[in-house]
Design a protein around this ligand. Structure first.
Ligand SMILES: Cc1cc2nc3c(=O)[nH]c(=O)nc-3n(C[C@H](O)[C@H](O)[C@H](O)COP(=O)(O)OP(=O)(O)OC[C@H]3O[C@@H](n4cnc5c(N)ncnc54)[C@H](O)[C@@H]3O)c2cc1C
Length: 389
């Protein structure tokens, strides 16, 4: 009979849960079970596709410091797995001098954390990257360590290495009930009742369903987002080394990356999607969203446009303030939860490591006080939403 008693259970094996299972298994070997409702590598959540932006450039010092730890965590996984998971391309945040996402906050936060950057005017940006067509109302911040976290490959590496360290990962094992029994947890997945002492919840768009077993409901919004790969006619000018990852810092906000994974660069609108139910949502691209992206590229990066190779949908799980949740559940120090708020892939390994520390040791060195589950806005039924940060 298959084993059902474990010290640790990780609920959900997307980007963050796979990382948590990996970091737990490095310390606790076969005491770790990961449960995933679909197959590993499925595309119904938040973490698939070839690439995600990784950057030190953030609007607050706590995020910048956490991003430093993110790079360190990825380097440790790369060493353990024997493969590259982060590609440094350099990154450009750019936008109007008066914008919804002021660059000044980013520069201040990086300065406070001793992260070097260059503040560039439009002429310098176009000299370095002639792909951009901007006037001198636009400025930008370049940070040389920004790049691509190789999402699908990184998830597979976390999963493979977790198994190698002794963890059990079970697919098609959706958790339908969690009960507290004498301070431990009974976790029902399909017909199988599991038992554990410590629980990590990394359920992405299904977080509220998981938290309902603890009598909790958070004001989260799950949206259907999309990215498009373009068959640009001169694809070589969008190769890593010739073109950076970039973010347009205004509302609406757009972003993109050099060629990676497909034969063309990728671009998207950030938080441009509509709210959906993760169980009933479609996988059809939103034509209006693609039209907004195309109009933006026509104006500012026209040579990127070409026939769409494909548009791929994906979900965000947004907290109202767009800050992460990384915390234990009130009254249950042996149960921890993380929510990525639509920008966590770059941090997924370090979030997994932090969850492992919290649940195993009750503490972490990482500065996560801004990511608490008990912050007032998460108790409001209809909080004001601030997605442009
Ligand atoms: C289009 C797009 C672009 C993005 N770009 C970036 C970027 O450039 N940089 C960046 O840092 N981040 C980016 N993000 C955000 C980032 O990808 C997510 O924040 C991150 O992947 C969240 O991972 P997760 O593990 O929380 O969620 P998921 O990957 O969705 O994982 C949750 C898992 O839990 C499983 N699960 C849920 N409930 C149960 C249950 N009851 N039983 C068993 N299993 C369960 C689900 O099936 C799923 O596999 C982007 C996201 C999208 C959609």
């Amino acid at each position: 009979m298959a084993r059902t008693d474990f010290e640790y259970i990780v609920l959900g094996l997307g980007g963050i849960g796979s990382a948590a299972a990996y970091w737990l298994s490095r310390r606790f070997k076969d005491a770790v079970l990961g449960l995933e409702q679909f197959e590993l590598g499925h595309v119904r959540g938040e973490s698939q596709d070839h690439s995600r932006i990784i950057r030190l450039s953030y609007h607050r010092p706590d995020y910048v410091e956490f991003a430093k730890l993110a790079y360190r965590a990825w380097a440790q996984v790369e060493e353990d797995a024997g493969e590259q998971l982060v590609l440094v391309t350099g990154g450009l945040d750019l936008g109007p001098r008066k914008s919804a996402i002021p660059l000044e906050g980013y520069m201040d936060a990086m300065q406070a954390c001793d992260v070097s950057f260059e503040h560039l005017d439009a002429a310098t940006i176009m000299r370095r990257w002639p792909q951009f067509r901007i006037d001198d109302t636009i400025h930008g911040v370049y940070q040389e360590r920004s790049g691509i976290a190789m999402a699908a490959r990184a998830n597979a590496a976390h999963q493979r290495m977790a198994r190698q360290h002794g963890a059990t990962l079970r697919e098609r094992s959706g958790v339908t009930d969690i009960r507290t029994v004498e301070g431990e947890f009974e976790v029902l997945a399909g017909e199988t009742p599991y038992r554990c002492r410590k629980l990590v919840i990394a359920a992405g768009p299904w977080t509220n369903e998981a938290l309902a077993h603890f009598g909790m409901h958070l004001p989260l919004e799950v949206t259907k987002e999309q990215v498009t790969y373009f068959a640009s006619s001169d694809v070589d000018v969008f190769a890593p080394g010739r073109f950076p990852v970039w973010i347009w810092m205004d509302d609406p906000s757009f972003y993109g990356m050099p060629v990676f994974g497909e034969r063309g660069p990728k671009a998207a609108q950030d938080a441009g999607g509509k709210p959906v139910d993760p169980d009933t949502r479609s996988f059809e691209p939103d034509e209006d969203n693609l039209a907004r992206l195309t109009a933006f590229l026509e104006r500012y990066i026209p040579s990127m446009l070409g026939p769409a190779i494909y548009t791929k949908t994906c979900l965000y799980t947004l907290t109202p303030d767009r800050d992460f949740v990384i915390d234990s559940i009130a009254g249950h120090p042996n149960a921890v939860v993380a929510i990525g708020a639509g920008h966590a892939f770059k941090f997924s390994s370090v979030i997994g490591k932090t969850l492992a520390e919290l649940v195993a040791d009750g503490k972490t060195e990482a500065g996560i006080s801004g990511f608490g589950l008990r912050r007032p806005i998460l108790r409001e039924a209809n909080p004001q939403k601030t997605y442009m940060v």
